[in-house]
Design a protein around this ligand. Structure first.
Ligand code: UDP
Ligand code: MG
Length: 321
């Protein structure tokens, strides 16, 4: 089997997953062997501190398709996925969590769908989230609602990081120079033809969640700031509003002064505070606008990606889709 260029790369980020690893191997190994295609399993050990690294190294003895990448320190789920995207060699790449919440059996369906429908992305979409806790479901719903509004595009609801992408997508993602990418937003944003496969998300097979509250907040903040300058724009509007209120105060103070009811020194104090406040808030808002522009151009995202060009690829049929 030509391992240098397998059909399928399965990328699995792992952080302190020693409890689930034996079950993971037991279920994944026969399943992937049974697909009848060449594959590699690329485990990205995200700086685990438990026995994960040892267990993984041992497993390479019995599973030749297992490839290991170890990050020096815990860099987070999305960073681990980035490392996997850079190293995967397959024509197709599936990302899947280590905890078997996403059924590995569905990998075959993801692959078949990609081939049948000739699409570059197949999202695994959770048809039932009842296995997740109530706070997780609620925050997840809020997250997807907010992101759809901010990003201004249809991101598939309840599609986590269980999905298949083609080599074209892998190369496009790797070509994005930005840091802190959030895959579940960047991939729909790229705009490749896609399809969905529904699945039921299971309970974690063993161990506990590695996404604590601070990591969930990190993901939410990265998601918002990577795709939207809305918080900065909000600062501009607040600045304008604050400036307006300060202006009204200044006018009010002058009126009081002219009507002769003011205490000595009051008008000049209000005027000084009001005018300086108004100028500061307006300037802050203006700065926000410039920072937003700088930020967007520093991401250096491509302005567009070409799906079809009759000059380069006359025989290709995806133009009609
Ligand atoms: N993970 C990781 N680095 C982290 C946190 C999580 O690589 O800092 C991995 C983890 O091992 C798992 C996947 O990301 O394979 C999803 O994490 P988890 O199942 O704990 O999240 P949940 O399903 O609870 O959202
Ligand atoms: Mg999980």
């Amino acid at each position: 089997m030509p391992t240098s260029h397998p059909v399928l790369s399965v990328v699995v980020p792992m952080y302190d997953e020693e409890d689930v690893l034996p079950i993971f191997f037991e279920r994944m190994h026969p399943l992937l062997d049974g697909l009848g295609i060449s594959y590699e399993v690329l485990v990205v050990d995200d700086g685990s501190r438990d026995g994960t690294a040892t267990l993984l190294r041992e497993a390479t003895g019995t599973w030749p398709q297992l490839r290991l990448v170890r990050l020096l320190r815990n860099s987070g789920h999305q960073a681990a996925l980035s490392a996997g995207f850079r190293r995967a060699r397959g024509d197709y790449l599936v990302t899947i969590d280590a905890d078997l919440q996403d059924p590995p059996e569905a990998i075959a369906e993801l692959l078949a769908t990609a081939r049948e429908k000739d699409v570059d992305v197949v999202y695994g979409v959770r048809s039932d989230r009842s296995s997740d806790s109530w706070p997780k479901r609620t925050t997840a719903r809020m997250y997807y609602r907010l992101m759809c509004r901010l990003v201004g595009m249809d991101i598939p609801f309840d599609a986590g990081d269980f999905r298949l992408v083609s080599r074209r997508v892998v190369d496009a993602v790797n070509g994005l120079p930005e840091d802190g990418r959030v895959f579940r937003l960047v991939i729909p944003w790229l705009g490749f033809p896609s399809a969905q496969v529904k699945y039921v998300r299971a309970e974690r097979a063993a161990g506990v969640t590695k996404y604590n509250w601070s990591k969930m907040f990190r993901l939410a903040f990265d998601s918002v700031t990577a795709f939207s300058a809305a918080p900065l724009r909000l600062a501009t509007w607040l600045g304008l509003l604050g400036g307006l209120v300060c202006g009204l105060f200044v006018v009010g103070a002058l009126v009081v002064k002219l009507s002769g009811n003011s205490v000595p020194g009051w008008t000049s104090t209000v005027l000084a505070v009001g005018i300086i406040g108004a100028i500061q808030l307006l300037c802050l808002g203006l700065l926000g606008e410039y920072v937003a522009r700088l930020f967007q151009s520093s991401q250096r995202r491509p302005q567009f990606l070409v799906g079809y060009d009759s000059l380069e690829d006359p025989g290709h049929h995806s133009y009609a889709e």
